[in-house]
Design a protein around this ligand. Structure first.
Ligand code: ZN
Length: 241
C-alpha cells in the first residue's frame, strides 16, 4: 500500500494542495497532527484532510489548544494571537473533527505519534539522547512523528546506538533497522527549505521516500496578513524557519 505521510499542515491550504497534487495517487493518508495553528486556512485544511482516502489522523498540540484542552500560557505571544484567530474562525464541524482525533495509532509495523511515542502531544525529538530514550517507548519496528517540522531520520542499530541523518530528497530508503522518521512539515517547514515537506511510505516494501514541493508562498503570506495574524508567521514561510 502506498501511503502519503503528512504532518504540521498548520492551516496552510496552498501548501497542502501542492503536496496532494505532487504525491499523486495514494491508497491511504496518515496525518501526524497539527492541522491548525499559525496559518490562515484552518477550516479549509480540515475539510480537505477529512476527505482523504483511508485517513488516519492524529491530534497535535495546536489542535489540542484549539479545542481549549491546553493552557494558553504554554504558548508564546504569537502563538496565542494565532490561537485567538482559530477560536474565532473554526467551525463547529472543524472542532468536532479535531475532538475525535486520537493521540497515537499503531499500524504494524508503525507507531504514529505527533511529538514522540513517550509523550505524544508535547515532546520534541531534537537530539539523539531524547530519541534513544524514545526507542524504548514503542514496540514496532518504526515510529513516524512530526512536531519539530524537520525532515529527518533516526536509526537504531542492534547495539542500541542511535544515528541521525537528513535524507536525500526523492531517494528511496529501505528501512531494515528500527527507525523514527519525520516527514517534515507541510505548512511551515523549519529546516531552512521553504518547500512543503512530506513522505511516501510503502507498507509492503517498507520503503520511505522523503519529498518536497514548491508552492505559492506569497499567496499564503497575503492571507496571513489579511487575517491579522502575526507578520512573523508570514516571513518565516519564505525562510523555511
Ligand atoms: Zn506543529
Amino acid at each position: 500500500m502506498r501511503v502519503l505521510i503528512i504532518s504540521d499542515i498548520h492551516g496552510n491550504r496552498t501548501a497542502l494542495e501542492a503536496v496532494l497534487e505532487d504525491a499523486g495517487s495514494v491508497e491511504a493518508v496518515w496525518c501526524l497532527g497539527d492541522l491548525v495553528g499559525y496559518g490562515p486556512d484552518p477550516n479549509e485544511c480540515i475539510e480537505i484532510v477529512r476527505q482523504l482516502p483511508n485517513l488516519v489522523c492524529l491530534v497535535g498540540n495546536h489542535d489540542a489548544a484549539a479545542l481549549g484542552q491546553l493552557d494558553m500560557g504554554a504558548f508564546n505571544r504569537e502563538a496565542q494571537v494565532s490561537m485567538q484567530y482559530m477560536q474565532r474562525t473554526l467551525s463547529r464541524e472543524s472542532l468536532q473533527f479535531l475532538a475525535g482525533l486520537p493521540e497515537t495509532e499503531l499500524i504494524e509495523p508503525v507507531t504514529l505519534a505527533h511529538g514522540s511515542p513517550r509523550n505524544p502531544i508535547w515532546e520534541y525529538l531534537l537530539d539523539v539522547y531524547t530519541v534513544a530514550a524514545n526507542f524504548r517507548s514503542f514496540h514496532t519496528q518504526l515510529c513516524f512523528v512530526g512536531h519539530t517540522h524537520i525532515q529527518i531520520l533516526y536509526e537504531q542499530d542492534e547495539n542500541g546506538a542511535v544515528t541521525w541523518r537528513m535524507p536525500e530528497l526523492n531517494d528511496p530508503i529501505s528501512l531494515t533497522q528500527r527507525a523514527i522518521l519525520n516527514p517534515g512539515s507541510v505548512g511551515q517547514p523549519r529546516d531552512h527549505d521553504p518547500r512543503a515537506a512530506y513522505a511516501i511510505f510503502d507498507t509492503e516494501s517498507i520503503v520511505w521516500v522523503p519529498r518536497r514541493v514548491a508552492y505559492d508562498i506569497e499567496a499564503v503570506q497575503d492571507r496571513i496578513q489579511q487575517a491579522g495574524l502575526p507578520a512573523r508567521h508570514a516571513v518565516r514561510l519564505a525562510e523555511g524557519w
